[in-house]
Design a protein around this ligand. Structure first.
Ligand SMILES: C[S@@+](CC[C@H](N)C(=O)[O-])C[C@H]1O[C@@H](n2cnc3c(N)ncnc32)[C@H](O)[C@@H]1O
Length: 330
């Protein structure tokens, strides 16, 4: 047995093992996660040998509350990434963060107990199998309860278990689709749902604009805010331009089609976004939102301009996919 790993080397290897676990499950869907338990109840090859070899160091590492908290946070971020990559319409609120935190904390403590109890690698394999089975069952329950709360009924048919990946686009593509010209945008610019790479915000800043990105997953750079739209304070008369390319409105439409109660929250947020615009400020988004724009088209406070892009094949909201610019004029 080797004793040559210092805590930071050990931590790097543990984080790598977590990444490998998600990579190994890359081909699986969320429906597999709920209905094909056996696919998730095993560790990747090599993890057993690694953890048996360094069992004392790992158990010591896991005895420290700060290490446990850091590893749990890393696991939660990876789990959320994994989930959102498979269906972008899932969005765990704070309450689910708390459930996940409690679960990962407990899981890591149980791994520590297994490492302390095992006398042989076979013992460890058996203990790990039991711990992983329980862990997967609980995570499965957390995801199922989220899906059932979103849309009650037969879980097999739940829309959140379908694969709806989340793509990110080049700045040029986004600006073109929204019909925007960088030089004509009014500062400050807020990109809501800017994506984990924040491409458009970086591009706008490189072109001298004052731009900020907001998303639940953002790059670790200045001018990006990692927060849920529903928790962010957009303020009043603050933004020259708000951009939402295939983000806020895509989610609004999905919710409108599947969960009318939650759609009210989107409608309220839509109105706060409009009142956070300065006079002359614009909210630019695609796809368009026919069911709410009709209301603003009738008021004297805003103008609504729609540009048809192409036939809609995915969202089921009608014949067309269009971009919208709402300008605050009063
Ligand atoms: C399809 S991606 C589009 C990214 C970017 N606008 C682009 O076109 O490349 C949608 C983005 O919305 C973000 N998102 C979804 N729901 C969110 C929420 N409630 N709060 C913050 N961001 C959210 C996702 O994390 C994702 O990055």
């Amino acid at each position: 047995m080797s004793h040559h790993l210092n805590p930071s080397e050990l931590e790097a290897l543990l984080l790598r093992s977590i990444d490998q676990r998600y990579e190994a499950k890359a081909a699986q869907s969320l429906a597999d996660y709920i209905f094909s338990n056996h696919l998730f109840q095993s560790f990747q090859p090599g993890f057993l040998d690694f953890s048996y070899r360094y069992r004392e160091e790992i158990a010591n590492y896991l005895s420290d509350e700060q290490h446990l908290a850091a590893l749990s946070t890393y696991c939660i971020r990876s789990t959320k990434n994994y989930t959102y990559q498979r269906n972008q319409f899932i969005n765990f609120p704070q309450f689910y963060d708390e459930l996940l935190l409690a679960q990962y904390h407990d899981f890591l403590l149980q791994l520590k107990n297994a490492l302390e109890q095992a006398d042989t690698i076979e013992d460890l394999a058996n203990l790990y199998a039991a711990v992983l089975q329980k862990h997967h069952e609980r995570l499965r329950l957390i995801l199922s309860s989220y899906c059932a709360a979103y849309q009650p009924g037969d879980l097999q048919k739940n829309p959140l278990l379908k694969t709806v990946p989340c793509a990110e686009y080049s700045p040029q593509f986004q600006l073109h689709l929204l019909g925007l010209d960088t030089a004509e945008l009014a500062d400050p610019i807020l990109d809501i749902g800017c994506g984990e790479s924040g491409n458009l915000v970086t591009y706008l800043r490189e072109n001298g604009r004052i731009a900020i990105g907001l998303d639940r997953l953002v790059p670790a750079l200045p001018n990006f805010v990692q927060q849920d739209w529903f928790a962010f304070d957009f303020g009043s008369a603050r933004w020259g331009t708000i951009i939402a390319h295939q983000s806020f409105s895509t989610h609004f439409i999905h919710t409108h089609l599947h969960n009318s109660e939650k759609a009210q929250k989107y409608a309220r947020l839509y109105m706060s976004l409009l009142s956070s615009l300065k006079l002359g400020g614009k909210f630019c988004y695609a796809p368009g939102l026919p069911f709410i724009e009709a209301h603003n088209e009738k008021t004297a406070d805003y103008t609504v301009t729609k540009t048809i892009i192409e036939a809609d094949k995915t969202l089921g909201i009608g014949e067309v996919f269009y971009s919208t610019i709402v300008e605050r004029i009063a």
